[in-house]
Design a protein around this ligand. Structure first.
Ligand code: 6R9
Length: 647
């Protein structure tokens, strides 16, 4: 028996979407998507209203995905200009700095509009225009939002790179996107520690294949010492100051690209997920309004960094398209101590709080003391995203953080989906801890078995989507074939999510985690192949295999098995060197939690690495190795098990 958490009556009474609304509109959204989304599209401000709504087929012969294909609009106009008449003085952003004694600032819609226009004008003067790619490598500061919207204003395609990525990862993204300009800062600060952003960009631009970049704009943030290389590097303030604070927005077709965001897949090379303007913006805005039950006076805080899709859809585009107040937090939830998020909630009277299970678990580990010394009375809704949430953490979040008053929305979605696909609508139906519950309007999930047969009723298998929704990614940048092969080849006519799921008797979905070679570490996707490729680049490594294992706080940890080149010795020093090598190659977020020497790896007779067995070894479940009869050399497994015990 799972416990049910009913919708509090007062919440239901004011909810944006009630149970009756859902029961009426969901079936219509599936039966007649053109009528449904045609109506919802009216929430955006179009320069030319669309008459074509949904045009999509997942079939190989006729593959295409288009939404609102004859519509024209500009995303920054929808996020800014549209609100000036009614919300000009309302805070669009509240900025909370890393240092709790630092000054928090409010940026009104009018001021944000002016700042975006100034940068947009500056970018145009630097030769950036429609379709050009711009890398944004910034801390969580107001300029990050300004940079994204300034690109959108002139039709440039932003590619935000998380500040935790290394020079090599930046270079990889420049190479793939052909970016002309990089916007960065001297340094970032997180949890009191400085991040050398500009130095990383300098190092990236020394790597081969990056000379598409002609200009680097540098925000002076910490004032730390950096090298400025003339004429490439320009101070952000110097190019922006004196620019007019209005800027003619570019007319964009609904299907023109808005951004590229790189994410890990099951190969060594991250994919450039491409989202377009109309469908993405509408979907981000509409899900934000319904799932978070947004009201005019809410103060909304999503803790995600803009380097991830959650930051794109639910810090920037969704909230600003809805005219909401969105809090931008530079720091980390556990610094200086575990009461920081709740102090920020009290300081800014936050009403809606959205974070990742890994943060909840990290805070929970410190006990309820740091929470209980704060008020949190302003909170009315809590959300989670990024990975499955264990029921224990869900209950702690609900009871201790939310005082049992606030519904919790467990939102399932992906970089590829642009916005939330499966989630409670908080005023409509009861929650079950650990379940993302039911599909959003227009979303048709399905569960298939290993043969690709769609299962009815209660079922467990792989999670697919049977039809398109407006926020769906349109392609892998520069590689349509990879797009089709990755998502539509496994189950013909369906989008394969890469996740496993179970549907219970009430039709609630329970996401069980990735079923492909992607590890979810603290809600961040890391491809096992990416870490393996980094390891084998080291001259002393012959072979490497990487798997995930359950980790109390991070959800999953990274376990690397490493075979050295013959003649090399397994030393402590080399161990440290290899861990550092992965960090510097990909970024600190890919640091292996465990690096185990493997004199040999378990392989089939045809030479395939048996990851299933490595996963069990990493989990410490030697009794669950399963069928080992296809192993070429069973002795290898014995050796690895002994190695794990002795670690
Ligand atoms: C938005 C985001 C996507 C993967 C996804 C799944 C996992 C996200 C989840 C969840 C269980 C949830 N995931 N939300 N699993 N419950 N509520 O996280 O995008 O970084 O692309 O990751 O994250 O495995 O496939 P992204």
């Amino acid at each position: 028996m799972t416990d049910l958490y009913p919708v509090p009556a007062d919440f239901a009474a004011r909810a944006n979407v009630t149970a009756a609304d859902y029961e009426r509109d969901y079936p219509e959204s599936i039966r007649n998507p053109d009528a449904f989304w045609g109506r919802i599209a009216g929430r955006l401000e179009w320069m030319k209203a669309p008459t074509r709504i949904r045009e999509a087929s997942f079939d190989r012969e006729d593959f295409h995905i288009r939404w609102f294909a004859d519509g024209e609009l500009n995303a920054s106009v929808n996020c800014l200009d549209r609100h000036l008449a009614t919300r000009g003085n309302k805070a669009a952003l509240v900025f909370e700095p890393d240092d709790p004694s630092g000054e928090a600032t409010h940026v009104s819609y009018r001021e944000l509009h002016a700042r975006v226009c100034r940068l947009a004008n500056a970018l145009r003067n630097l030769g950036i225009g429609k379709g050009d790619r711009v890398i944004v490598y910034l801390p969580m500061i107001v300029e990050a939002v300004v940079a994204m919207l300034a690109c959108a204003r002139i039709g440039a395609v932003h590619t935000v790179v998380f500040g935790g990525f290394s020079a090599n990862s930046i270079a990889e993204r420049i190479r793939d996107s052909g970016a002309k300009l990089v916007i960065t800062a001297d340094e970032g600060v997180r949890g009191g520690r400085r991040v050398p952003l500009k130095d990383n960009v300098d190092a990236a631009l020394k790597l081969p294949g990056t000379n598409s970049v002609a200009t680097v704009l540098v925000v002076r943030h910490t004032g730390g010492a950096i090298d400025m290389q003339q004429p490439r590097d320009r101070w952000y303030h110097a190019v922006v100051d004196g620019q007019p604070d209005t800027c003619e927005p570019e007319r964009m077709n609904a299907e023109d690209p808005l951004f590229i965001l790189y994410t890990s897949g099951s190969t060594g090379k991250p994919k450039g997920v491409l989202h377009t303007t109309g469908g993405y913006l509408l979907y981000a805005a509409y899900t934000h309004e319904c799932v978070f039950d947004l009201k005019e006076d809410d103060v909304y805080w999503c803790t995600a960094d803009v380097g991830w899709v959650t930051g794109h859809s639910y810090v920037v585009y969704g909230p600003l398209a809805n005219g909401a107040t969105s809090l931008v937090f530079e720091g980390i939830p556990t610094w200086p101590d575990a009461s920081r998020p709740w102090q920020v909630v009290d300081r800014h009277q936050v009403t809606i709080f959205y974070t990742a299970p890994t943060a909840i678990r990290a805070l929970m580990r410190e006990g309820s003391g740091p929470v209980e010394k704060t008020s949190r009375k302003s909170l009315r809704l809590l959300g989670t995203v990024g990975e499955p949430i264990n029921p224990e953490a869900w209950r702690w979040y609900h009871e201790v953080v939310g005082g049992g008053r606030c519904p919790v929305v467990d939102t399932w979605w992906q970089t590829e989906t642009g916005g939330i696909l499966v989630s409670p609508l908080p005023g409509a139906w009861p929650a079950k801890p650990g379940s993302a519950t039911r599909p959003f309007f227009g979303v048709q999930p399905g569960i298939v078995d290993a043969e690709g047969k769609l299962l009815e009723g209660e079922a467990e298998g792989n999670l697919v989507l049977l039809d398109s929704w407006p926020g769906q990614m349109r392609t892998v940048y520069g590689d349509d074939k990879r797009f089709f092969d990755t998502y539509f080849a496994a189950y013909p006519g369906m989008y394969f999510t890469g996740d496993g799921a179970r549907r219970d008797a009430d039709g609630y979905y329970w996401i069980t985690g990735r079923v492909d070679d992607v590890i979810n570490v603290s809600g961040h996707r890391i491809g096992t192949a990416e870490v393996e490729s980094a390891l084998v680049l080291h001259p002393k490594v012959a072979e490497a295999a990487v798997v995930g294992f359950p980790h109390e706080v991070k959800g999953q940890g990274i376990h690397a098995f490493v075979t050295l080149v013959a003649g090399e010795t397994e030393t402590e020093e080399l161990h440290r060197e290899l861990v550092a090598h992965v960090r510097s190659h990909i970024g600190p977020l890919a640091t292996p939690d465990i690096l185990q020497w493997a004199p040999a790896l378990p392989k089939t007779r045809s030479g395939k690495i048996m990851r299933r067995i490595l996963r069990k070894i990493a989990e410490g479940a030697p009794d669950q190795l399963g069928d080992t009869s296809t192993l070429a050399d069973p002795g290898v497994v014995e050796g690895l098990l002994a190695g794990r015990r002795n670690r």
